[in-house]
Design a protein around this ligand. Structure first.
Ligand SMILES: [Zn+2]
Length: 183
């Protein structure tokens, strides 16, 4: 009777193969048995909310600043914060979601996302499906494109504005020079 209980099988929800009822992961298709995952934390909303807020900050805060307020350093700060926050959230989610033996090291993912954000942030959003979560690659890619183009647009406008002021300044210096030479 005891041995029968240990060998009790059930069907995998994804591929239909017979697996042990206590299995957390199907040995045929690799999908996670949801009821057997002890903990499952979905931080997907936060992973997307961080770049969304960064885009809003860039347009409605940095975009409204004057040059004296040093908008380019704030712009860079927002980007650094976005990278760090998404990497941290991904690491925490990974640590809390899948059983330790089935997942890659959350700290390594944290560093990868920090160092290679453009590639590893969308990659993580895609890879989430391997850990029993939903893939968020499509909204992730959309936000990535929006964020990088907002960053570049605002950066170029700041630079252009700065050069305009510089050339105006040079012109007035020349005028003053000429005035004194004639005098
Ligand atoms: Zn399966």
């Amino acid at each position: 009777m005891e041995s029968f209980e240990i060998k009790e099988n059930k069907k995998c929800q994804d591929c239909g193969e017979e697996i042990l009822s206590t299995a957390r992961k199907c040995k045929y298709c690799g999908s996670f048995m949801e009821e057997n995952l002890s903990q499952k934390s979905d931080y997907g909303l936060f992973l997307l909310a961080v770049p969304v807020s960064a885009i809003f900050l860039i347009w409605f805060w940095v975009g409204e600043m004057t040059l004296i307020q040093n908008p380019s350093s704030l712009l860079n700060l927002i980007i650094v914060f976005t990278i760090f926050a998404t990497a941290l959230i991904a690491g925490l989610e990974l640590q809390k979601t899948s059983p330790a033996e089935d997942r890659p090291n959350p700290i390594i993912w944290f560093f990868y996302i920090c160092c290679f954000w453009l590639a590893c942030y969308p990659l993580y959003l895609y890879k989430r499906k391997d850990f029993g979560l939903k893939s968020l690659i499509i909204p992730g890619m959309l936000l990535l494109v929006l964020l990088t183009s907002s960053y570049m647009y605002v950066w170029i406008s700041i630079d252009k504005h700065r050069n305009e002021i510089k050339s105006e300044y040079n012109e007035s210096v020349e005028q003053i020079d000429q005035f004194f030479q004639n005098w």
